[in-house]
Design a protein around this ligand. Structure first.
Ligand code: TXA
Ligand code: MG
Length: 355
């Protein structure tokens, strides 16, 4: 298959190209598109065959449900079964939508019959998100209103924050890629499950627990998010896979800054003696203190937005440069730091040295 690549200026959307992209989805094909979090791999959410194609293109297990992307609140009624929890469920969802949509928040809700089980990985619930990116919104509308989309990476690779990474993974596998430049947030959306008694965060992201609590009152966090030792399976099936992983062996080192630096440099020295290519994920404040083949700064330590925005790109760069041994500093877990550490821990297979 020949994959078409279209540049779309988010502020001057080319209606003809977007219409063509929408038609591909309506005809059962796949189009990768930009969102403010990461690039998505879109197919018709109401067509079971499209879901199968998505799993095939990603090389992803089909028990891992997809997020349905919409562009209008009114479109929820067709795909969500509001009957449970009576009116309050819809009220809760509406409150969240008013506060955070369009934006980086995904809600888990009971699904209607219209949504095929192929899209939801066999679950009775559906994940719904209205992205903020203008290209995404125009594309979803042109596609008929319901676009199922996981992140547009091959399974096990870091989510793509730029179209060139989508092309690397998906060229020849899908009909089209829409390129609107770098994703501005860089980490996937926050997922909140509204089907439980109390809302539960299944995946941390840009919308933090504190922000959700302001709107909903009590909000819980799935215990499996920051540790693998809880002995429980995560409720978002995708969270159990070793995601976001670079090819090299990644270890996080946590502790007081100077000690971390000393420890990492000693480890790097040993790896170099073994002839291994080495890399470090550091911050603006510390990046000059390391001796590795590739030292990459994710941004200033206090600048969570920069760290989130750079992390996946850096993991991919280590792959491109064939770095074999990677060390990363640890980050604070307040606010969006929780999402950052959650992704970093997964990339490292939860391998952390505390010193
Ligand atoms: O920011 C994002 O959410 C991006 C962009 C493209 O919108 N999408 C994304 O999709 O990250 P994906 O497929 O990579 O991650 C979806 C996550 C998975 O962990 C999946 O298990 C979970 O959402 N999920 C989907 N439907 C669910 C459901 N009904 N119940 C629980 N978890 C669900
Ligand atoms: Mg993903």
């Amino acid at each position: 298959m020949n994959t078409k690549l279209y540049q779309i200026n988010e502020n001057h959307i080319d209606a003809v190209k977007i219409k063509e992209a929408g038609r591909i989805i309506k005809e059962g094909g796949l189009v990768a598109f930009p969102t403010e979090t990461v690039y998505g791999l879109g197919g018709d959410a109401l067509n079971p065959l499209s879901a199968r194609k998505i799993y095939e293109a990603k090389g992803r297990p089909s028990d891992n449900p997809l997020i349905v992307h919409i562009c209008r609140w009114e479109d929820m009624d067709a795909i969500v079964l509001w009957k449970e929890k009576q009116g309050s469920l819809k009220e809760q969802a509406k409150k969240l939508a008013d506060a955070f949509w369009p934006g980086p928040l995904t809600m888990i809700l009971p699904k209607s019959e219209k949504v095929p089980k192929e899209t939801t990985g066999g679950l009775d619930t559906v994940a719904v998100r209205m992205p903020e990116h203008k290209t995404a919104l125009a594309f979803i509308e042109a596609a008929g209103g319901y676009v199922a989309a996981p992140s547009a990476n091959l399974s096990g690779k870091p989510s793509p924050t730029m179209a060139k990474y989508v092309a690397e993974d998906m060229n020849g596998r899908i009909e089209m890629i829409l390129d609107s430049g770098a994703a501005c947030i860089g980490l996937e959306s926050t997922i909140v499950d509204l089907t439980e008694e109390k809302p539960v965060i299944l995946r941390p992201g840009y919308i933090t627990k504190e922000m959700l609590q302001k709107v909903l009152g009590e909000v819980e966090t799935d215990v499996t998010i920051l540790s693998l030792d809880s002995g429980q399976a995560p409720k978002a099936p995708g969270m159990k896979y070793r995601h976001y992983a670079p090819k090299g062996e990644l270890t996080i080192v946590s502790g007081e800054s100077e000690k971390v630096c000393g420890y990492i440099n000693r480890q790097l020295g040993m790896a170099s003696l073994e002839g291994k290519k080495t890399g470090v994920i550091a911050t603006e404040e510390t990046c000059r203190n390391y001796a590795a083949d590739a030292v990459k700064s994710v941004g200033e330590r206090e600048d969570e937005a920069a760290i989130a925005g750079n992390l996946y790109r850096i993991l991919r760069e280590f792959d491109d440069e064939n770095v074999e041994i990677i060390y990363s500093e640890a980050f604070d877990t307040g606010g969006m730091g929780q999402a950052i550490m959650n992704r970093l821990l997964k990339a490292a297979g939860h391998h952390v040295e505390y010193i």
